[in-house]
Write a new protein. Structure first.
Length: 117
């Protein structure tokens, strides 16, 4: 089993910054990638960013490119999402995801990010 614990959400004004963290534990020796998704009220969950666990390759949704940065600390089994220039439309519950295969992944419990205008 794999456990993902997120932290760092909160309330921030538009233009501000937040950093999310997600610590993984358990059977993670063959984890391929970690990433972040988000789900706003009344909308489907959407991809935000991902990073490969070995090479560090990154991928971003167009809506966050240039504003968000995903990074990892392999020694701490932790992935981060630095969010700058936040907009009200970034308001959502942010979920950490760990991918092991194309069909096997785990989700964190989610952390609320609220951006006020």
């Amino acid at each position: 089993q794999v456990q993902l614990v997120e932290s760092g959400g909160g309330l921030v004004q538009a233009g501000g910054s937040l950093r999310l963290s997600c610590a993984a534990s358990g059977r993670i020796f063959d984890m391929h990638a970690m990433g972040w998704f988000r789900q706003a009220i009344g909308k489907e969950r959407e991809f935000v960013a991902a990073i490969s666990w070995s090479g560090g390759d990154t991928l971003y949704a167009d809506s966050v490119k240039g504003r968000f940065t995903i990074s990892r600390d392999n020694a701490k089994n932790t992935v981060y999402l630095q969010m700058n220039s936040l907009k009200p439309e970034d308001t959502a519950v942010y979920y950490c995801h760990a991918r092991f295969t194309s069909t096997l992944g785990y989700w964190g419990q989610g952390t609320q990010v609220t951006v006020s205008s």
